[in-house]
Design a protein around this ligand. Structure first.
Ligand code: NDP
Ligand code: GDR
Length: 333
């Protein structure tokens, strides 16, 4: 029997990689797209004709219930979110509603239909926030420091409560930063890969950055969607911390990316205080032991391979005037 997977946020980075994985597994993949947003289906590239699109407002409980009733999904992956953390200070309430409200509305839809749909919530290492210990795992206390993280935590707890009270098969991946050539350029890895490529090709000669001493645990998105899928294939729904377990600074990121095109980053990078954050974290790094043990999950792509792929893809994009569709091979799939 063909399984149906329903994905919110299908036009995002993870939506692409997850759709690719599920289509390869023989799933029918349906993406929920808002009627009030410019549908950026071009972001789905080669997958645009392979997935189905269902238009629904994620803020509308009745419409979501109808969608679940009509589509009978075996699995739901709730990925939609305004995911750039600093923006959540500009619209805390909208962030809360879209992230926590959508999770609640979808969980309620599953409960009300009585289907045995398995539910994945896209939780985030941002929920750890002001970390008390390092590395972080499923037992680490949450101390969110911004509206995005607080909204993710509300969604996370609602998922836990629905599992405990109603017995739903609901779980969440507490994912650390994961990147790819499809990452939006506002995030630091893609900002740096694009700048390294642009400087190499002579389009610009400066890269303005925020805190070079900030540290993160960066992995490849294609690896992380495999963990999402595996969480829904095991017998017990649980939480999983997903990351590489390696902490690196933004400075290491910049230096590695510039090395990919044979440049010395120190000649081009300047600090602009507008990119500094008041709610900065320094020690967000995963302990993914549980995922390895229960899911057999391990990252396959190294930090250096990831940056090489991102920088080279940006070189090709710039040489092609940024308009040529990116080949799946450039995306690491
Ligand atoms: P992206 O920002 O690439 O994608 C976000 C998706 O959400 C897009 O499809 C976007 O649609 C959609 N979306 C945003 N706002 C709205 C809205 N108001 N109504 C409907 N849809 C909306 O994120 P990623 O793919 O990187 O991440 C996927 C999920 O995982 C997110 O929930 C993110 O918070 C979470 N996460 C990501 C991590 C990472 O490092 N990438 C780490 C931990 C968690 P559109 O195309 O129209 O903009
Ligand atoms: P983050 O990702 O906030 O961790 O959230 P981002 O790439 O924006 O920042 C990572 C780190 O880099 C530092 N930094 C800069 N960041 C940006 N964007 N631009 C700069 O110029 C710059 N200079 C330094 C930041 O201060 C920060 O320390 C991502 C998102 O995908 C979330 O949705 C997700 O939940 C978390 O990862 C886990």
């Amino acid at each position: 029997m063909t399984k149906t997977a329903l994905i919110t946020g299908i036009t995002g980075q993870d939506g692409y990689y997850l759709s690719h994985l599920l289509l390869n597994q023989g799933y029918r993949v349906v993406g929920l797209i808002s009627p009030y947003r410019q549908p950026n289906l071009a972001k789905l590239g080669d997958l645009a004709t392979k997935v189905e699109i269902y238009t629904v407002d994620l803020r509308d409980s009745e419409a979501l219930l109808t969608a679940v009733e009509q589509l009978h999904p075996h699995e739901i992956y709730n990925l939609a979110a305004p995911s750039f953390v600093p923006d959540s200070w500009k619209d805390p309430l909208g962030t809360l509603d879209l992230i926590a409200g959508t999770a609640t509305r979808l969980l309620e839809a599953v409960r009300q239909t009585g289907l045995s749909t398995r539910f994945y919530q896209a939780s985030s290492s941002e929920m750890f926030g002001d970390v008390s210990c390092s590395p972080q795992d499923e037992e680490t206390p949450f101390r969110p420091k911004n509206p995005y993280a607080a909204a993710k935590l509300q969604a996370h707890w609602t998922m836990v409560h629905h599992r405990q009270r109603y017995g739903l098969f609901a779980c969440s991946g507490i994912l650390f930063n994961h990147e790819s050539p499809l990452r939006s350029p506002q995030f630091v890895t893609r900002k740096v890969s694009l700048a390294a490529a642009a400087i190499k090709l002579g389009f610009t000669d400066t890269l303005e950055m925020g805190n070079l001493d900030a540290k993160r645990d960066w992995g490849f998105a294609g690896d992380y969607v495999r963990a999402m899928w595996r969480m829904l294939q095991v017998d017990e729904p649980e939480e999983y911390a997903i990351g590489t377990g390696k902490l690196r600074s933004v400075k290491e990121l910049v230096s590695t990316a510039f090395e990919c095109v044979g440049l010395d980053w120190q000649k081009y990078v300047v600090i602009n205080t507008k990119f500094l954050r008041a709610d900065e974290h320094f020690q967000l790094v995963a302990n993914p032991t549980k995922a390895k043990k229960n899911l057999g999950w391990e990252p396959q792509v190294s930090f250096e391979e990831l940056l090489e792929k991102m920088v080279q893809t940006d070189v090709e994009r710039l040489q092609n005037g940024m308009v040529a569709p990116v080949a799946a091979s450039s995306l690491g799939v």
